[in-house]
Design a protein around this ligand. Structure first.
Ligand code: DQA
Length: 141
């Protein structure tokens, strides 16, 4: 069975309370349950969330010696700024899918620069609740 690591960065733990008109009313736990129900045991998912840049870097580094088939990452606001997360992602030898729940190119200009995405195999933006499910499926075949 394939194994994937799903990393969520800062403020994604506040989904549900955070700008529901942009991100929807579901919490991160709701999205996890929704995704797990959709994949129905066909992929092993390891979910990780942190608000801290260094912790995200450390989790990515740890994944370099684990046996994941892919990493799916929503770096949150760090997508626009973090050289450190970009550099950590570059070390991985497996596909990295960067995801954003909202369609960042329809939003403020500062969200149009995706720095970490330069280290990603593929990016997805604007799939909302379907985000993690679509990203997982992209790595199954
Ligand atoms: C986000 C988009 C980012 O610009 C923002 O800072 C987030 C969430 C998204 O999932 O749409 O925290 O990554």
């Amino acid at each position: 069975m394939k194994k994937m690591l799903i990393i969520n960065g800062p403020n994604l733990n506040m989904l549900g309370q955070r700008e529901p008109e942009v991100y929807g009313k579901e919490t991160l736990d709701d999205l996890i349950q929704y995704t797990e129900a959709k994949i129905n045991g066909t992929v092993k998912l390891d979910w990780y969330q942190s608000n801290l840049e260094g912790e995200l870097v450390t989790r990515i580094q740890k994944a370099c010696s684990e046996d994941f088939d892919a990493v799916i990452i929503n770096p949150g606001g760090y997508a626009h700024t973090s050289v450190a997360i970009h550099d950590a992602l570059k070390i991985l030898k497996i596909p990295v899918i960067e995801v954003h729940l909202s369609q960042v190119y329809k939003r403020e200009e500062f969200r149009h620069t995706l720095l970490t995405a330069k280290a990603a195999t593929a990016i997805m933006t604007g799939f909302g609740k379907q985000t993690y499910y679509v990203a997982i499926n992209s790595q199954l075949h």
